[in-house]
Design a protein around this ligand. Structure first.
Ligand code: NAD
Length: 367
């Protein structure tokens, strides 16, 4: 028996609806595998603001630091638009990421066979697609100093941001990239703009050095603009794309569209490994979808697929993660779809019906 602890943070909007279905999936794995789950549930975002007066209470953060993994729903909603910036729902998530030093953001772009026709690209370009965008999340131009809007010495106003990366920040991100690739298709594309940016020259130098420690993984350097082009020209050439915060932000959104729907996209954010344990937050890419919240219309699969990533990366349960992903594929292949991914002429199912169908598929595959 392996005991693992999880903090569930349903959050706002459709977050609680998706996490409710995830809880059924976790129960299934508790009953059918040798994993036993120690689950704590707490609030984040707007829900935490209402309960604690802050979007991330200290006590919640303490728990987050102790557990093996965190799974979040989503945060945000129009009812908190006029709250002070540091008390807004998103501030809770940003604090959590910062406090746990979650520097490595993993966003898989996997085209599930049954949804290949939903992609904006031709089916043969994306069917079978399985790439991992690895984005540096805690440094780079979004955080670099100096930044601001001021007036220069010659009296002209200017807006200023600074792209800055320390060697250790690049190195730890790339090591995650090589380790991921070693368990996948053994290829890392290190993406920067070394042709026009000093930080890009530096990034390339570090990537080359770190790459020498991973002889069984092929390293290719690519300029970010070319990478954007290649992602829509021939996305299947990629395995792991490792890149900085800004380029990763853009390229991961671009790759997301190759796969069809926002309701299907999981993500993981990993921290530094200490004493054999790595802080980890798993969450869907989508937001709290206030337009459909409370109506039973939300697709819970992005949240559930985030848990598959949790099984794989935090609990080292490759076969359980594969099983869960296979169950998702089986449900989709049967044309069981929520509204966002509904097939023509087929009546969409509700959030909880999707959860039930998934449990049936898990039973079916494992029997
Ligand atoms: P969103 O992702 O919430 O929704 C965009 C569109 O996609 C909406 O039409 C929504 O109904 C649909 N959609 C999203 N997820 C879906 C799902 N699982 N099933 C079915 N349909 C789904 O983005 P938004 O509307 O720009 O933002 C809404 C709120 O979410 C804002 O407050 C924003 O700040 C917040 N947000 C939070 C996160 C996060 O928690 N990580 C990320 C993005 C946005």
């Amino acid at each position: 028996m392996k005991n693992v602890s999880i903090l569930l943070l349903p959050g706002d909007g459709i977050g609680p609806e998706a996490i409710a279905e995830l809880k059924r999936v976790i129960d299934w794995f508790g009953a059918h595998t040798d994993l036993s789950f120690d689950i704590t549930e707490d609030d984040i975002g707007g829900a935490a603001y209402e309960r604690y007066g802050t979007p991330l209470a200290d006590s919640t953060l303490d728990t987050a630091k102790k557990v093996d993994a965190i799974v979040m729903g989503a945060v945000g909603g129009p009812q908190w638009d006029n709250v002070e910036r540091h008390l807004r729902p998103e501030a809770g998530l940003l604090t959590l990421r910062k406090e746990l030093d979650l520097f490595a953001n993993l966003r898989p772009a996997t085209c599930r066979a049954a949804l290949a026709s939903a992609s904006s690209l031709k089916e043969d370009l994306v069917s079978g697609l399985d790439i991992m965008i690895l984005r540096e999340l805690t440094a780079g131009v979004y955080f670099g100093e100096p930044r601001g809007i001021d007036t220069a010495a010659d009296g002209r106003r200017r807006g200023l941001d600074t792209q800055v990366y320390f060697e250790d920040e690049i190195e730890r991100l790339l090591r995650v990239g090589f380790e991921l690739a070693a368990k996948r298709n053994r290829k890392v594309h290190s993406v920067e703009k070394a042709n026009v940016m000093e930080s890009g020259v530096f990034w390339r130098e570090i990537a080359t050095r770190v790459g020498k420690d991973y002889a069984d993984v092929e390293l290719e350097h690519m300029y970010a603009d070319n990478c954007a082009m290649q992602l829509v020209r021939a996305p299947k050439q990629f395995d792991v794309i490792a890149t900085d915060n800004l380029f990763g932000d853009i390229l991961s959104d671009c790759a997301a569209m190759l796969t069809g729907s926002l309701g299907m996209l999981p993500s993981a954010s990993l921290g530094v490994e200490q004493n054999g344990k790595r802080a980890a937050l798993y969450e869907p890419v989508h937001g709290s979808a206030p337009d459909i919240a409370g109506k039973g219309l939300a697709n819970p699969l992005a949240t559930i697929l985030s848990f598959a990533m949790c099984l794989r990366y935090s609990f080292d349960r490759q076969s359980d993660a594969d099983l869960l992903e296979k169950a998702v594929d089986q449900v989709l292949a049967k044309n069981i779809r929520t509204t966002d991914i509904a097939a023509d002429g087929v009546k969409p199912v509700s959030t909880s019906e999707m959860g039930s169908a998934l449990l049936e598929a898990l039973d079916d595959i494992s029997s």
